[in-house]
Write a protein that binds this ligand. Structure first.
Ligand code: PGA
Length: 253
């Protein structure tokens, strides 16, 4: 079912104490939204997952996400974290394929397909990120790049599996730069993605998938973005580190 969602990607920021304090403040603010608010997903760094899990325990509509996961179930992969470890600390979601993972850690669509498989197998929800670089946009390759990012990492799934995904369109040139895609630019890509999904899996499934926009989402541009017909919420970096700002984004539907 298509849902309204705001997800906060805290990246490599905040200590245990800071993470817990921020999550507690958000849980309080979220409780005033009642049933009508969007789902809120928080993605702290690995060591702080437990702190956030404790802070949001019992809070309606709040969920815990990892920022990454290893594709293997267990074994000799020093420094890595498996999906069963995430599950054991109450993670329900995992961000997969963030552009920083693609850029700095060389994650390919093929690898991301494996990560998505592991996350789904464990019963968690992948938040699959994709988006073009500035060079690709200027070279008019946006749609081609996005199609292969989707096709190669997710189109091997069956309909049931695909319908469990959350998607996030994040143009790389808009992440952490203060440059937001205009609502029209974002909507154009979201509509294209929904059409690709419809062609592959049928219209009913495509209509039910939540597609988030990410890239310099702030309280003062969220409303315009979220009012687009194919934008179901935001994956927010910098602006998710301040409770009042992120809560204001969550009120922007
Ligand atoms: P930003 O990051 O909101 O700081 O641009 C978004 C993201 O990387 O998910």
């Amino acid at each position: 079912m298509r849902k309204k969602i705001v997800a906060g990607n805290w990246k490599m920021n905040l200590t245990w104490d800071d993470s817990q304090a921020l999550a507690m403040e958000l849980a309080m603010l979220q409780s005033t939204q009642g049933q009508s608010g969007p789902e809120m997903i928080l993605a702290p760094a690995f060591p702080n997952l437990v702190a956030v899990a404790q802070a949001i325990k019992g809070a309606a509509g709040m969920h815990l996400a990892a920022q990454n996961v290893h594709q293997a179930a267990s074994g000799a992969y020093t420094g890595e974290v498996s999906v069963s470890m995430l599950k054991s600390v109450s993670c329900t979601h995992a961000i997969i394929g963030h552009s920083e993972r693609r850029q700095y850690f060389g994650e390919s669509n093929q690898l991301l397909a494996q990560k998505i498989n592991s996350v789904l197998q464990a019963g968690l929800t992948p938040i699959y990120c994709f988006g073009e670089t500035l060079e690709e946009r200027e070279g008019e390759k946006t749609f081609k790049v996005i199609e292969s990012q989707l096709r190669e990492a997710t189109f091997h799934l069956n309909s049931d599996q695909f319908s469990s995904l959350i998607l996030a369109y994040e143009p790389v040139w808009a992440i952490g730069t203060g440059k937001t895609a205009t609502p029209e630019q974002a909507q154009e890509v979201h509509a294209f993605v929904r059409k690709l999904i419809a062609d592959q899996f049928g219209t009913a499934l495509a209509d039910g998938v939540s597609i988030l926009y990410g890239g310099s989402v702030k309280a003062d541009n969220a409303k315009e973005l979220f009012s687009q017909p194919d934008i179901d919420g935001g994956l927010v970096g910098g602006a998710s580190l301040k409770a009042s700002e992120f809560a204001a984004i969550a009120r922007s539907f």
